[in-house]
Design a protein. Structure first.
Length: 256
């Protein structure tokens, strides 16, 4: 009896992993995760780690998209401004609630839905306060996951779904940060251009391999490391330049 159960468990694990592997819907690789898929992940107790990791990746990606965009003179508009101290479980609750009230998002890309949900619930201030937010967009709330934690997650069977989710969320964010208001139109990333045929296992191996040669990134935020790794390996032709590590004593968001 145990063998069929194990096979069924593997099948479920594989089916969840597949939604993070990517789709050919855009020239840039994005995950195949839909709004409905994300809602399902976030509702299942056994899959909430993958849900939380994807959401953390999207939020972190939004912050690093701002930072990298500033380096090349192509910073996207700030889509949302999370309050200081907000927890992952709160972000999940907001996104799940928004999905429940927006049936049209069920078959749309999950990354776009997350951007819209967070934009609707955490609109950035306008006026002078808004100007400050734009100037400090890279200080957006990011997860506490360091590079070392990401590597551990991506090299242990128990963490593979969360690893894939975080990688997918970060990459999706770079796409939707440019134009989350519509599925159609231009969604041109600038930090990295990952070929749509690249698979999840390849991405994990690439990121883990990159960290092996960049000890300085182990203590940096994981999102920053992913941006550096993907930019080094899949640079967009218009933005070929290195992303260097923050100086000693300075964090990835520029704060001392």
């Amino acid at each position: 009896m145990k063998k069929p159960i194990r096979q069924t468990g593997f099948a479920l694990l594989f089916s969840v992993a597949c939604v993070f592997l990517g789709t050919a819907a855009h020239a840039q690789r994005i995950s195949a995760l839909s709004g409905d898929d994300l809602s399902s992940l976030c509702h299942k107790e056994s899959k909430r780690a993958a849900c939380g990791a994807y959401l953390a990746g999207v939020v972190d990606g939004a912050a690093w998209s701002q930072s990298f965009g500033a380096l090349v003179g192509s910073r996207p508009a700030t889509a949302f401004c999370l309050p200081t101290g907000i927890k992952g479980i709160q972000v999940r609750s907001v996104v799940v609630g928004w999905l429940a009230g927006h049936d049209s998002s069920a078959n749309q890309p999950a990354g776009r839905a997350v951007y819209q949900a967070l934009h609707d619930n955490y609109t950035c201030p306008t006026g002078m306060a808004g100007m400050y937010v734009e100037q400090r967009a890279e200080a957006q709330n990011i997860s506490s996951l360091p590079g070392r934690g990401l590597v551990s997650m991506c090299t242990h069977d128990s963490g593979l779904l969360a690893c894939d989710g975080y990688l997918a969320g970060t990459m999706d964010s770079e796409v939707w940060a440019r134009n989350y208001s519509t599925v159609e139109g231009v969604h041109a990333p600038v930090a990295f251009c990952v070929p749509k045929e690249i698979r999840g296992a390849q991405l994990r191996a690439l990121v883990v391999g990159w960290y092996a040669g960049h000890d300085d990134a182990m203590s940096e935020p994981a999102g920053r490391g992913i941006y550096r790794a993907l930019h080094d390996n899949y640079p967009c032709s218009s933005t070929i330049r290195p992303i260097v590590s923050a100086p000693v004593g300075q964090s990835g968001d520029g704060k001392q």
